[in-house]
Design a protein. Structure first.
Length: 387
């Protein structure tokens, strides 16, 4: 039985998409018969030692008074200490550079193979969370990313856009396997779109409040929609204090406070009920380097689709990898509030169009983009790596 160390600088479990992804990866690896040990940070509430999806979990304590980089470096040192004390792993699977570089540098010393799971790169993403971050620091982080990529035996990523970016850093495309995110039919099954009957229709956004998500565009579009249709925008997501304040300020400035609800993230098992109450689900991804250059595979898009809701999304390659425009969803020009409003009104005014798109999207998600399919692809990568 192969022994796997899986490391992730993400709280597990949590409402974030990263946690959902990790849990399904664990399930696939354990079901294949691998012995899996997950190391993640502790939020101060979860147990230090745990079992999830059949995998043993160790959570590293954090000093939450420290900044992000200090905590990330502490996590990396903790993983290195663990590997020095436990030299029995066949594969070490990592999602970040904070421990990934050291893991990759020591693979020959400790005799394991390495797998780098690239969902996002901090040299691109950190500036959206910390706008004042030193550009010189980001350059050093990028150097560490490139070194980690080149030292890793295998790389997996969730989209072709991401693979193209990794290849642009000097990697062989054949070394990078694309494994899209997925959705579980047991969690997200289609339900009828709510009837109107005098009820105000709901536009729903679920996800983080990160600047790359394009929430400012859907908020700007709302007054234009309200000119022709009553509607309520519901935003559910995790965000930093700065992001929440900016969002609240924009909503006040536009005078739409009575038409917008902003609430904290909810546990993942509560998301299907939220989607079931919505008329349209929105993925207003912004036109920026995180979405266009680095790439991603938005789990929210797949969950909206599987749940049978009309989808309104930003027209960019990472979305078009998942949906067929006009068949599974309506797309709007990125960063264009007028076009978003136009497409939202098209869905609000045409019930048959909404139903057709929703039915097609649900069938596509539940056949082509399941976590089961994702797990099968991951296992193929592992089997090739360890044989």
């Amino acid at each position: 039985m192969a022994k796997i160390l899986y490391t992730a600088f993400d709280i597990v479990p949590s409402p974030k998409g990263a946690s959902t992804h990790i849990l399904h990866n664990l399930r696939g690896l354990v079901n294949r018969g691998f012995e899996v040990h997950l190391i993640t940070p502790n939020d101060g509430l979860l147990p230090t030692e745990d079992t999830i999806e059949g995998a043993h979990v160790t959570r590293v304590s954090q000093d939450l008074s420290q900044n992000f980089l200090a905590r990330a470096m502490h996590f990396g040192r903790s993983v290195s200490t663990h590997l020095a004390l436990h030299q029995e792993y066949d594969v070490v699977h990592y999602r970040n550079i904070w421990d990934g570089l050291s893991i990759a540098q020591n693979k020959k010393r400790f005799g394991y193979k390495t797998l780098f799971e690239v969902n996002g790169l901090p040299s691109i993403e950190l500036k959206y969370h910390y706008p004042g971050i030193d550009p010189e620091l980001l350059l050093k982080i990028k150097e560490q990313e490139i070194a980690t990529l080149h030292l890793s035996d295998v790389i997996i990523c969730p989209s072709n856009v991401t693979r193209d970016y990794i290849a642009s850093l000097g990697l062989n495309r054949k070394q990078v396997a694309v494994i899209p995110n997925g959705v579980s039919a047991s969690d997200f099954s289609p339900s009828p779109i709510p009837g109107r009957g005098g009820r105000v229709p709901v536009l729903l956004y679920i996800g983080t409040l990160a600047d790359w998500q394009g929430l400012d565009i859907v908020v700007k579009a709302l007054p234009k929609i309200l000119e022709q249709q009553p509607v309520r925008l519901q935003i559910v997501g995790r965000g930093r204090s700065r992001q929440r304040k900016l969002l609240a300020k924009q909503i006040r400035k536009l005078g739409i406070e009575d038409h917008v609800t902003v609430q904290p993230a909810v546990p993942h098992h509560e998301i299907p009920a939220l989607i079931a109450e919505a008329d349209i689900c929105v993925a207003p991804l912004g036109l920026n380097d995180r979405n266009v250059t680095q790439g991603a595979c938005p789990i929210k898009v797949l969950e909206y689709m599987a749940a049978g809701r009309p989808l309104l999304a930003s027209n960019m390659p990472i979305v078009r990898e998942l949906i067929r425009e006009g068949t599974d969803a309506l797309l709007f020009s990125p960063n264009d509030a007028d076009d978003l409003a136009r497409q939202a009104l098209a869905l609000l005014n045409d019930v048959q169009l909404s139903k057709r798109l929703a039915n097609s999207a649900s069938e596509r998600a539940l056949t082509k983009f399941t976590w089961h399919e994702s797990q099968k692809k991951l296992i193929k990568v592992y089997e090739k790596l360890i044989t």
